[in-house]
Design a protein around this ligand. Structure first.
Ligand SMILES: *Cc1c(COP(=O)(O)O)cnc(C)c1O
Length: 454
């Protein structure tokens, strides 16, 4: 029988995270203070994050040790499997070898737990009592609620309103872990009230929910803020995915020609791809790396690489990233985790350095890909992950056309068992594609802050 699953023993769990900053040919542009336009220091971030995470945020050490307490929780589901999608290969009739790393095995069903656990651990160690955060589809909120329960923290989650309404079961899961969930924009914060005053029917956005969570954290001494993506330390924690995969590809006696992942804020992409990009930057290997985003929210493919706020209420530092403008509210596509106006500075930087590619895909193609995948492999993917599958299928069909047998690796960042309404709507023909919202994006981009470039 041919091997389908590449499983690592528990003692093969990586003991360090990989920090791509160590291998960059050009360092990341500094984050800027929104008031002065000058680079910020660790003290500026201290109201929001514990110093241990701020140190990781700016570190240039190649490997950062994973604390024992974190490894013990990771062991609940890690190492995660690498699976050869043999049945999908057959269904497509492709000579390509397709592999997927399956992050849906975490208790909350996605990769988000890989950073929620260390973030809760470091906050607890710093004496924090409560965490606030945002969540789109509810994946991040579930992961942080679970991790808060593990380490004895309270957790307050601002959930983007369109998802709060579309995905009540995610809310039920967060509440089961003891989390408190509020639909955003809410009346609990000045930022939320300001949005509601202007747009009473606002569907919400990650940018708005971040402002609300940051506002609450900045106001109370025992409360800090946790972000589910975008920041360097979040991307760092996710690299357990790619580090395991490097070893699993060796077990498979193979190496990917193409590595693919979807991008909302960039964390599952970074998690899988950065260890491979690191090998490329060090001249040890060569690989194509593709980030896939929704056409309805195309920050990497249509947004300029510029300084912008991470949130709509303009409470966060300015970071240099591919952005659609902090006031852009994306259409209510079902891939809620991909509705973010910006992109991780580190991912934007690597795109700018031409170490990776980016493509945008429309919603209907992604759901068609998800259905093809589930009928072949049995796992119903998260709508976000369908973006990666769509491009993996495009690449597999290209291999078929060209008659070449390449190796394609993608990140199946989560399962879609809480997203059945989206699949039912798709089957009933209720979903549609969104035109590239050029006018709205132009309007949001006109409001980009003007600061000296670094
Ligand atoms: C949140 C989420 C994403 C998008 O976020 P990234 O930070 O870009 O990874 C993708 N897939 C799933 C399953 C998610 O929960």
């Amino acid at each position: 029988m041919e091997t389908t699953k590449y499983l690592l023993a528990e003692d093969h769990l990586p003991k360090n995270w990989y920090n791509v900053a160590a291998d960059l040919p050009v360092p990341l542009a500094p984050s800027l203070h929104p008031a002065t336009g000058q680079p910020i220091g660790p003290a500026d971030l201290a109201p929001l994050f514990p110093m241990s995470l701020i140190e990781q945020e700016v570190s240039t050490e190649r490997y950062i040790p994973i604390p024992q307490e974190v490894l013990e929780v990771y062991q609940l589901w890690r190492p995660s499997p690498l699976i050869r999608a043999r049945r999908l290969e057959k269904a497509l009739g492709t000579p390509a070898r397709i592999y997927y790393k399956y992050e849906g095995v975490s208790p909350v069903g996605s990769h988000k737990a890989n950073t929620a656990v260390p973030q809760a651990f470091y906050n607890k160690a710093a004496g924090v009592k409560r965490l606030t955060t945002e969540t789109g589809a509810g994946q991040w909120g579930s992961a942080l609620s679970m991790s808060s329960a593990f380490f004895g923290l309270e957790c307050k989650v601002f959930m983007v309103k369109v998802s709060y309404l579309q995905k009540p079961y995610r809310r039920g899961l967060m509440e089961s872990f003891g989390g408190t969930v509020v639909a955003s924009p809410s009346t609990e914060t000045a930022c939320g009230r300001a949005v509601l005053a202007e747009h009473p029917d606002s569907p919400g956005s990650l940018g708005i929910a971040i402002s609300e969570a940051v506002e609450i954290a900045a106001q109370s001494a025992d409360t800090k803020y946790a972000l589910g993506s975008v920041l360097n330390h979040v991307l760092l924690h996710q690299t357990v995915i790619g580090l395991e995969t490097l070893e699993q590809m060796q077990m498979a006696n193979d190496y990917p020609d193409v590595v693919i992942a979807c991008t909302g804020g960039g964390s599952n992409f970074a998690g899988l791809a950065f260890p491979f990009i690191g090998q490329k930057l060090r001249g040890e290997a060569n690989v194509r790396v593709i980030a896939v985003e929704p056409s309805a929210c195309p920050s990497l493919t249509k947004g300029p690489f510029a300084y912008d706020f991470g949130d709509t209420g303009h409470l966060t530092p300015l970071v240099k990233m591919n952005t659609l403008g902090s006031t852009f509210v994306p259409a209510g596509i079902h891939a809620g985790g991909l509705r973010y106006h910006g992109m991780a500075p580190m991912v934007s930087h690597l795109l700018n350095l031409k170490q990776m590619e980016a493509v945008a895909v429309n919603q209907l193609e992604t759901f068609a890909a998800g259905i093809t995948f589930t009928r072949a492999e049995g796992i119903l993917p998260a709508p976000e992950a369908n973006h990666a599958i769509a491009v993996a299928i495009r690449e597999a069909l290209r291999c078929k056309e060209e008659g070449v047998s390449q190796s394609i690796l993608f990140n199946l960042s989560g399962h879609g068992n809480f997203d059945l309404q989206a699949y039912m709507d798709y089957q009933m023909g209720k979903l549609h594609d969104y035109e590239y919202p050029a006018e709205e994006i132009a309007m949001a981009l006109a409001g980009l802050p003007s600061v000296k470039d670094f």
